[in-house]
Design a binder for this molecule. Structure first.
Ligand code: SF4
Ligand code: SF4
Length: 247
């Protein structure tokens, strides 16, 4: 059955970390799993690393089996999203009886739901973290009597600290790209960004065999998260720095 996502409403109220909202999701709730169909499941570099590591797959294996790689319309950067299954458009990681089969490594968008996080800029220029509640008619978790603060929800969903830290780093790369959005990136540069953000196994080989300007040879032995962190910082501060694009 194809369950389309319609009637999506964002609550007008902005929430901060200390504000509470009402929500509970559990196996047995009447809408169990309805949110796992027909989803645009974009994987940030950290989502991708966690998920493919959990499944014991290389980048190539994961992409071949589950995903699509393309240049994001908004970000103009390499983007990976999970392909829903044909016919019923279920997420490939859904067990229809038990729920999410990759729960410990589920992507950040599944963890945040039903919250949407963004940054607002105050009149004094300060950037503040703001949340909104995203309501879809099929989701009944909003009617459960369980008030929880945003901060506690982020902790409960395992978003703090690493998911948020790495996703914000990727967000800074997206912002950096926006500053030079009218300049197309070369194929070589896009490949390099994909290598550093998503293809860490190949990156390790490159570091060992040819060397890479962002790393020392010894960095090939770093834990994957450290390698990803260094690579993302290099994309933000070196590959996409504005001076490189002034002609
Ligand atoms: S990854 Fe898990 S929680 Fe997220 S859509 Fe797929 S089955 Fe649902
Ligand atoms: S309560 Fe919402 S998030 Fe939980 S299973 Fe139901 S639709 Fe999905």
């Amino acid at each position: 059955m194809h369950i389309p996502h319609y009637n999506i409403v964002l609550d007008p109220k902005d929430l901060t970390l200390n504000d509470a909202f009402n929500f509970k999701c559990y196996k047995g709730i009447v809408c169990f799993n309805k949110c796992c169909y027909d989803v645009k499941l974009i994987l940030t570099p950290y989502d991708f690393l966690r998920l493919r590591t959990h499944l014991g797959m290389t980048t190539e294996e994961f992409v071949e089996k589950y995903a699509e790689v393309y240049i994001g319309e908004v970000t103009q950067l390499p983007t990976v999203s999970v392909n829903m299954l044909p016919i019923d458009y279920a997420c490939p990681f859904l067990d229809k009886e038990e729920g999410c089969k990759v729960y410990p490594a589920r992507p950040s968008s599944c963890r945040f739901y039903p919250l949407v996080r963004y940054f607002a800029v105050l009149e004094n220029g300060e950037r503040v973290e703001v949340f909104k509640i995203w309501r879809e008619t099929h989701c009944k978790g909003h009617y459960e009597n369980r008030p929880i603060t945003v901060q506690n929800y982020l902790e409960e969903q395992g978003l703090i600290p690493n998911y948020i830290y790495f996703n914000d780093l990727w967000g800074e790369i997206v912002s950096q790209r926006q500053k030079i959005k009218d300049i197309p990136l070369t194929g070589d540069l896009l490949e390099e960004i994909f290598l550093l953000a998503y293809d860490l196994d190949t990156l390790k080989e490159v570091i060992k065999e040819d060397g890479h300007p962002a790393f020392t040879k010894g960095d090939a032995e770093l834990p994957a998260e450290k390698l990803l962190e260094k690579g993302l910082i290099y994309i933000r501060d070196e590959l996409l720095k504005e001076e490189n694009f002034r002609f």
